[in-house]
Write a protein that binds this ligand. Structure first.
Ligand SMILES: NC(=O)c1ccc[n+]([C@@H]2O[C@H](COP(=O)([O-])OP(=O)(O)OC[C@H]3O[C@@H](n4cnc5c(N)ncnc54)[C@H](OP(=O)(O)O)[C@@H]3O)[C@@H](O)[C@H]2O)c1
Length: 253
């Protein structure tokens, strides 16, 4: 992708992977707008990067998504890149799933409805730009599910599928569709401390930017994108081994 001179909306851009991308896009001369649910996190990001534009938005809510798109296209008519990065991850034991459906549905609304609806709302605007891009942050778990996060893995598989269809449908437009497949990365995903075993955030983000600069459309790290072409047996075996490892480390799950 063209990594400079854009006007970029990043969901969940005030922390974790989104903030690492924000920092890199800002240093390459882009105008960046970030949204998230927590005003204090957005304020912290703005203190660090005063040129940043911030707005509270819960991407799980249809009205918030519509309000965001109306505001951002009015305030930033040159908006030409959408980064669907906001996401949550919940461990769910399906043998003991006794919470209200609302709790489970929220993960689907944030991880699936948010990116799909925001893409659909913004396509008409992006089509008017000379160059545009939609970046979807999915996961290595889109291909090889993490059994302990079954709904999350399903949401990421959905985003992978949607990204593929979107890329085909937009093939004759000015909009590039890029999918990023993080492995476990050291962020607060799922709760503070649950991903400290993950890859270092800065090295991960720098590597993804090398992929963006090299015009890759499916970008992994540590081999996650290679799972796209891995044989079925390898995926099945990897899924089983990871699940057994999880149970060993989390006997109370
Ligand atoms: N870290 C990993 O190991 C890993 C691996 C594979 C894929 N990913 C994906 O990478 C993306 C970024 O995750 P991360 O690791 O950076 O996690 P993170 O540090 O928890 O960041 C998630 C961001 O999303 C925002 N967000 C969550 N729900 C939102 C909502 N309803 N509306 C708007 N913003 C919302 C959060 O801000 P608020 O809480 O303030 O809303 C936060 O800024 C996610 O899509 C995740 O699934 C991460």
């Amino acid at each position: 992708m063209n990594v400079s001179g854009n006007t970029i909306l990043i969901t969940g851009g005030a922390s974790g992977i989104g903030l690492a991308f924000t920092e890199r896009f800002l240093s390459r001369g882009n105008e960046v707008i970030v949204v998230g649910r927590r005003q204090e996190k957005l304020n912290e990001a703005k203190e660090k990067f005063p040129q940043l534009h911030i707005r509270v938005c819960d991407v799980s809510k249809e009205e918030d998504r519509k309000g965001l798109v109306e505001w951002v296209t009015n305030e930033f008519p040159k908006l030409n890149v959408l980064v669907n990065n906001a996401g949550v991850q919940q461990r769910v034991n399906l043998l003991n799933a006794d919470k209200d459906w609302n709790y489970y549905q929220n993960e689907i609304a944030i991880n699936v409805e948010g990116p799909i609806h925001l893409s659909m709302l913004l396509i008409p605007h992006l089509m008017q730009q000379k160059y545009a891009a939609i970046l979807n942050v999915s996961s290595g778990l889109a291909i090889m599910p993490g059994v302990w996060v079954p709904i999350y893995s399903a949401t990421k598989a959905a985003i992978h599928s949607f990204s593929t269809s979107l890329r085909h449908q937009l093939a004759d437009t000015s909009i590039e569709v890029i999918e990023i497949f993080p492995p476990a990365v050291n962020t607060d995903l799922g709760g503070v401390g649950l991903h400290t075993f993950g890859a270092p955030l800065d090295h991960f983000a720098d590597t993804i930017f090398q992929g963006l600069e090299a015009n890759q459309l499916e970008i992994g790290y540590g081999g996650t994108e290679q799972r796209l072409t891995a044989p079925r047996e390898e995926i099945a075996e990897g899924t089983k081994r990871a699940w057994e490892g999880f149970l060993r480390n989390n006997p109370d799950f």
